[in-house]
Structure formats: C-alpha cells, structure tokens
Design a protein. Structure first.
Ligand SMILES: [Zn+2]
Ligand SMILES: [Zn+2]
Length: 194
C-alpha cells in the first residue's frame, strides 16, 4: 500500500509500468504508449494514457475507505514514532543515571579503600610503637631482674639496696665467719712458725 498515488497497469495492477515512445518507421510524431513490465499490456496514444492515469488518480483519491485507511496508518506511524522517541529518551536517561550511579559507587569504593589503607598504616605504626615501648620496658625489667643474692654464702635471699646482704643477721654471720677464718689462719701460721 502506498500513501501517494502511483500509476499502475490497468490490467494487472502492477506499478512496474513505463511511458514510452514508439518511433515506428520514423514518420510523423512518435506515438506515446504505456507499457506494463509485468504483463506486457500496452495502452497507445497520449490522450488515452492521460485519461487512464487521470481516472486512476481520481478513483484513488475518491476511495473513502482507502483514504481513511491511509489516515489511520499515518496517525499510527506518527504515534509509534513518538513512542519510540519517548522510549529512546527514557533509555538514555536510564543509562545516564546508571553511569552516574556507577561513578558514585566507584568513588565510594576508592574512598573506602583509602580509609582501610589509612587504618592499616595507623595500625602498623601503633604496633611498631607498642613493640618499641614493650622492648624498652622489657630491657628495663631485665635490668631490674638482675637482682644479686645476699653475700652470705648460706643465704640466697636478694640483697637490700645499698647492701651486699639481705639483712643485718646475714651481715653479722658473714663477719663472724670471716673473723673465724682469720683466727684459724693465724693459728695455722703460729703452728708453722713453732
Ligand atoms: Zn500489467
Ligand atoms: Zn642473707
């Protein structure tokens, strides 16, 4: 179905027609004729061809049913075009929205990663600091842990500050012991001298 009138073959209705000129044997005016490329029908004479096409056109334009159908189809096509344009616009808007959402999501992800990295760095630093502090405390504790024993041989109590003994008793015991050792040594010397 065409929306514009087009000449057609009066026999078979084909649009495959042409207006040609029959030059005959070359005498006088060439005769014009309509030729159907499908069924081979010919209509001779300029007036006959014009009258035929005029009738066809009038019949086409006067066909109320046909014209109504054409109007209906044109309206339908216009409506479809509007709908398609609207769908395209909606699709474009949807894609743009998705693109923006995707961008925001990526930015948010990058921000979270950066935050996580910063937290990790801070944690590493805190752990290193803690380790250093702990090492310092341990070194100090180790220093303090070197507690020497009481100088009295039979005692293993820790010494008191500023003393080589744990108590007065051990100090005295050690003094007696040393005095006794001295006495024994003197006696031994005296014995050798005799
Ligand atoms: Zn034909
Ligand atoms: Zn002691």
């Amino acid at each position: 179905m065409t929306y514009e009138w087009k000449p057609s073959c009066p026999k078979c209705g084909s649009y495959n027609i042409s207006i040609e000129q029959d030059r005959g044997f070359g005498w006088g005016n060439p005769e014009v004729y309509l030729h159907c490329g499908k069924c081979g029908k010919r209509v001779y004479g300029r007036e006959n061809v014009d009258a035929l096409l005029k009738d066809q056109r009038r019949a086409w334009e006067g066909d109320e049913e046909l014209q109504a159908e054409i109007r209906r189809r044109k309206a339908e096509e216009a409506r479809k075009k509007l709908e398609e344009a609207r769908a395209e616009r909606l699709q474009a808007e949807h894609l743009e929205k998705r693109r923006i959402e995707e961008e925001q999501r990526k930015a948010e992800e990058a921000r979270k990663q950066e935050e996580a990295h910063q937290r990790w760095v801070a944690k590493q630093e805190a752990q290193a600091r803690l380790k250093r502090e702990r090492a310092k405390v341990e070194a100090e504790a180790a220093k303090l842990a070197v507690v020497e024993e009481c100088a009295w041989v039979e005692c293993s109590n820790p010494r008191r500050p500023n003393s080589i003994y744990c108590c007065r008793k051990c100090s005295n015991k050690n003094a007696h012991w040393r005095a006794k050792q001295r006495r024994l040594a003197e006696q031994e010397q005296a014995r050798i001298a005799m």
